[in-house]
Structures are given as structure tokens and as C-alpha cells.
Design a protein around this ligand. Sequence first.
Ligand SMILES: [Zn+2]
Ligand SMILES: [Zn+2]
Length: 265
Amino acid sequence: MFVDSHCHLSSPELIDRVPEIRAAMAQAKVDRALCICTTLDEFPRVHALATEYDNFWCSTGVHPDEEDSREPSVEELLGLAALPKVVAIGETGLDYFRLNGRTPAEMEWQRERFRVHIRAARASGLPLVIHTREASADTLALLREEEGGQAGGVFHCFTETADVARAALDLGFHVSFSGILTFKKAEDLRAVAAFVPLDRCLIETDSPYLAPTPFRGKVNTPANVPWVARQLAEIKGLPVEEIASVTSANFERLFNRTMFHEAQV
Ligand SMILES: [Zn+2]
Ligand SMILES: [Zn+2]
């Protein structure tokens, strides 16, 4: 059984297809998924998925790319984090890919938002789901300054270097690989995946984006996460069954959630 540790099922591409997607997941032996929140406005839809289905959970947070979105306070995030089936803070982090003519120095609003999420994660005891793009040095610096390692979490959809992976692991974080791992030109990333210890690896789809080979360019769903696992199995020289069981155990340990875990803290 496989776990998709990061998907956007409340996205417009997927929200109306949930029953069909769940059937495909069952067929593909994908038994759990973490539904990721990107804005406070989206949160009720993400949370509804998690409360409606036993094997879905959700996060709460505001994505660094959502510039015009309402800013959360630590208190507001803590309130949402206390709701049933909310198991992570994020996705949060830094993204300097779309600067729109600005310099990273002018992205203080993003760094401040990230600090708020780290503080909420520490105060709630929930792990962080971290998004970092062209901003790894600042992402790591802020995590150190705010002692984000105390919350722990995952660097999702990892595309950084082995040095960044080493730094994330040293801070106590997990590293999650997406369909990018299957892309033809991703040799460097496959080398990073070879380096990250399996007991700190997660797998994800980041649906509806980043469909793995052979579905590249199509709408992605959690049912495709076994393709990431198969690629990781090839890299590690292990049977895919072992990749499935270890990454699932890692998910349970990190988010403290097994399939039909009903008790909520
Ligand atoms: Zn992301
Ligand atoms: Zn995402």
C-alpha cells in the first residue's frame, strides 16, 4: 500500500472527480493521502475532504506563491491546527522563482509569512510541509533562526541539491520526491534520492501537477504515486514493496496517522 503525502485534491481540476479518483487510488493500492491547503479561503474545502473520508488528512497554511491571499496569524493557524484530521502546517516556505521584477531582498512578506507558520508548527506540535524554490539558503536560514527543527516536517517535491538535502536531514526533516524523479532529465535528482536514507524519504504526487512519466503533461492524481515509488525502488535497488512499506511507515511516524486513526489530540 502506498501513501500520497502531498496532493491538492481541492484544486478545480480534481475537486469534482473525487469519487472516480478514490476508485483509481484503490485500484493502484494507494490507501492514504494528505490533502494540502494553500490559502485560508481554501481550507474549508480541504478540511471537508479530510473529515468526509477516513483515509484523507489535511494541512492548514498559506502557500508562499499566494501573494494576494489573506495573511494568517499564529493564533488563527493554531485554531485550525486543533481541528480533527489536521495533521500538518503548510504548505509554507519560500519561492523566489516568480519575483516579478523584484529582488529576493524585497520578499520580506514571504519570509514573515514563513516565520508565522514555523511558530504555529512549534506551538501546535504539528510538522511543517515546506515548499522551497530557488530559495534554499533562506529557507534553511529561517528554519534555523526559528528553530523549525523542533517541529520537524518534510521538504516536499524536492528538487534541490544533495547539500540542501543534507542540511534538511540534519535539521531533522524528511525529504519527499514527486513525479519529477521519473523525468528523463532528472539525473541529478535521482542522485540526490540515492543519497537520502530511505527512512527519511516520502513519496507524493503534488496532484494535479507534475504527472510522472508515462503521464507527463496530463492531470495528475494520487493514483499515480506508485510510479514515483517504482522509480525510487530502481534507484535504491530495492523491491517496490519495500519502498511502499517504508515510505508509508515514515508517513505514519511523521504525521502520527494510521489508516483509520480516529483519536484526535
Ligand atoms: Zn509546493
Ligand atoms: Zn503543493
